[in-house]
Each structure stands twice: as structure tokens, then as C-alpha cells.
Ligand binder design. Structure first.
Ligand SMILES: C[S@@+](CC[C@H](N)C(=O)[O-])C[C@H]1O[C@@H](n2cnc3c(N)ncnc32)[C@H](O)[C@@H]1O
Length: 334
């Protein structure tokens, strides 16, 4: 809630505009807050420094606050390859609808619901999240969630392109399945101009995608068919879906690619749950799993969960080629 407060007040952007460092007095003045709130803001900032959202420096009895890599992602208006503003992701996560769904978890556990089991969000609010019906619940929430998920999913594309250059080497064509407005596909084509890239998404998404001619857009349903390519990319898609649905999606992807000998593969970018990256990263992965449990029918998966799904969908082998932060890059072979 302190983070929500800081984001809503625009504290990260204010610190950035003040030259990257600010005292609580500077913040109160630049945000036009009443002077009487100064000691209260100091307490909020103290908590956010301790939780790693901001950095601080003390000299004598004067304390100043600085952005760190985390709060830099909350600054608005930054034009940088590795920056996508996470404000909407924070505001969605702490929205009344998410929080009420999370608070209803024990009641949800006690109900003997008929499969496919609706998420606590869907059970409480009557509509699924990220669905065409979600705006009927609250159109402002829906817009924040759509923008927040896009910001979250687009984060670190630059890092992935740098760290996983070989992933796309030698590929002639690629379908980005559920590629949204084509941001990822355009980044891939920019780094590998010879790849013919197709973006598959629902008609209502493709309708508004920016068509600059660099990628080809196809409106469709991945449960019915996926446009054929040498490789299919599924980036942060499967964690929204149940195991049964993941198998169905992957079966369509398998039909869309040639044999392994001809370079056919599915590239999956998702969390691979596990403690190997240390307790902080593991906790972040598990919190993302709770986010999925409360709000979607999907989940985060460990390597065994992934293997089981790949084999059920008829694939013969897979390789975890890289870990990029909390996410893993997996190649799956027909
Ligand atoms: C979480 S986003 C995917 C993120 C994207 N891959 C990225 O990395 O930025 C989910 C996307 O799946 C699309 N989608 C949902 N159901 C679909 C379906 N049946 N067929 C095709 N696209 C679908 C949504 O419209 C949305 O753009």
C-alpha cells in the first residue's frame, strides 16, 4: 500500500525530475502536498527504502532519496530500450478487485467448485480477468490491467535479445503466438532483419496493432490454428492457462512447425520455478504464482510441470537454454 501511495503520488517521477535525488521537503514542495504531511511522507519513504524500492543517503541529520533500478521502472516518460513504465502493473496488482479476490481465498478454498475451476477473481466478481467481459465489471480496471500486463511482458525485451541472440540465429520465419501489438516481434526483426515474423492474436487486438510493415499480423484463435513458421514463440502466454489448455495450445504450435531436423522448435519464455536463483528470486516467482492463482486459471510451473505438458502435447525433447532474471527461456522440439 506504501508502494501504491508512492506510485499514485508520482514520487519516482518527481525524484527523477528533481535530478535523481530529493529530500522529503523537496518532494512535499514539488508534489504540492500540504506541509503538515511532511513527517508522514518521511515514514512512508523510510519503509520503501527498507523494502528496496528507493535508495537513500544521509549526511548529518539530512536524508535524501534516490531512485534505484526498481524505482527507475516507475518513472513516467523515460525513452530507453530497457525501460517500460510499471506504474499500471503496480496499480492493477493493488487494485480493489485484485485485493478483494485475494482476501476471498479461504472462502474459495472451501467451495466445491465444478471444473474447470474459476479463479477467486472470477468467482467473486462474476467475470474473468483479461476477458472481453472484464470491462463490464470496471472498464478503468480493465484498461489498467491491459496496460500493466503489456508493461510487465515487454519488460526486458532488450535484455532477452542481447542474452539470447543465438536463439533466433539461422531462423527464417517465426510466429509470435499471442504477440499482442507486435512489440516483441518488432524487437526480434530489428535484431534479426532476415526473419519473417508473424504475430498471431485475437481480432480485437490485431485491429489496433501498429502496422508499420515490419511484421505480418494474423487475427485468429490459437486453440484452432497457429500460422506455420520454422519456430513459434510463446512469451508469457502459458502461465495464464490451465495445464489442459497449455497442452491444446502446444499441440497447435507443434502442427505449425517443421521437424527438428528442419529447425522446427517452439520457444517458450516463462518462469521456471525453482530455488536455484536464490531466495529473493524464488519468492518473486512464488508471488507471481499466487497472482496467477488468485486472478487466472493459470499457474507458474517448475521444470517437471513443463516437461509433463511438453510430452502430453507430443513433443520429443526440450532444453532450458537460459535463465534471464526470474524467467527461463526454453526450446521445445517436435
Ligand atoms: C499476456 S498477453 C501475451 C503477452 C505477449 N506474448 C508479450 O510477451 O508481450 C496475452 C495475449 O494473448 C491473446 N490471446 C488470448 N487468447 C487468445 C487466443 N485464443 N488466440 C490468440 N491470442 C489470444 C490476448 O489477446 C493477449 O494479447
Amino acid at each position: 500500500m506504501a508502494l501504491k501511495c508512492a506510485v499514485e503520488l508520482g514520487i519516482p517521477t518527481a525524484i527523477h525530475n528533481l535530478g535523481g535525488t530529493a529530500s522529503v521537503e523537496d518532494l512535499v514542495t514539488s508534489l504540492s502536498l500540504p506541509q503538515t504531511k511532511l513527517p508522514f511522507l518521511r515514514r512512508v519513504m523510510r519503509l520503501l527504502v527498507t523494502s528496496g524500492v528507493f535508495a537513500s543517503d544521509s549526511s548529518g541529520d539530512k536524508e535524501t532519496y534516490r531512485l534505484n533500478p526498481l524505482s527507475w521502472l516507475l518513472v513516467e516518460g523515460v525513452d530507453h530500450e530497457d525501460h517500460t513504465n510499471q506504474k499500471c502493473f503496480v496499480l492493477g496488482t493493488v487494485s480493489r478487485h485484485y485485493v478483494e479476490a485475494a482476501l476471498s481465498l479461504a472462502d474459495w478454498f472451501k467451495k466445491d467448485l465444478v471444473p474447470p475451476i474459476p479463479s477467486p477473481f472470477e468467482e467473486l466478481h462474476g467475470v474473468p480477468l483479461l476477458d472481453e467481459k472484464t470491462p463490464l465489471l470496471d472498464s478503468e480496471l480493465h484498461n489498467i490491467v491491459v496496460e500493466g500486463v503489456a508493461a510487465h511482458d515487454n519488460l526486458a525485451i532488450g535484455t532477452i535479445m542481447r542474452e539470447c541472440h543465438d536463439l533466433f540465429r539461422g531462423l527464417e520465419s517465426l510466429t509470435d503466438c499471442c504477440g499482442g501489438d507486435g512489440t516483441t516481434a518488432r524487437a526480434i526483426v530489428k535484431a534479426h532483419p532476415h526473419i519473417k515474423c508473424t504475430v498471431l492474436d485475437l481480432p480485437e487486438v490485431i485491429k489496433t496493432a501498429p502496422d508499420d510493415g515490419t511484421v505480418n499480423y494474423v487475427a485468429g484463435d490459437m486453440f484452432k490454428s497457429v500460422p506455420p513458421s520454422q519456430a513459434v514463440l510463446l512469451k508469457l502466454v502459458l502461465h495464464h492457462w490451465s495445464d489442459d489448455d497449455c497442452v491444446k495450445i502446444l499441440e497447435q504450435c507443434r502442427k505449425a512447425i517443421p521437424s527438428r531436423e528442419e529447425g522446427g522448435k517452439v520457444i517458450i519464455i516463462e518462469i521456471v520455478l525453482g530455488p536455484s536463483l536464490g531466495p529473493v528470486m524464488f519468492e518473486a516467482q512464488l508471488l507471481m504464482d499466487m497472482l496467477m492463482m488468485v486472478n487466472t486459471r493459470g499457474r507458474q510451473r517448475d521444470e517437471n510441470d513443463w516437461r509433463e505438458i511438453f510430452m502430453k502435447a507430443g513433443f520429443s525433447d526440450y532444453k532450458i537454454v537460459k535463465k534471464v532474471g526470474a524467467r527461463g527461456v526454453i526450446e521445445v522440439y517436435p
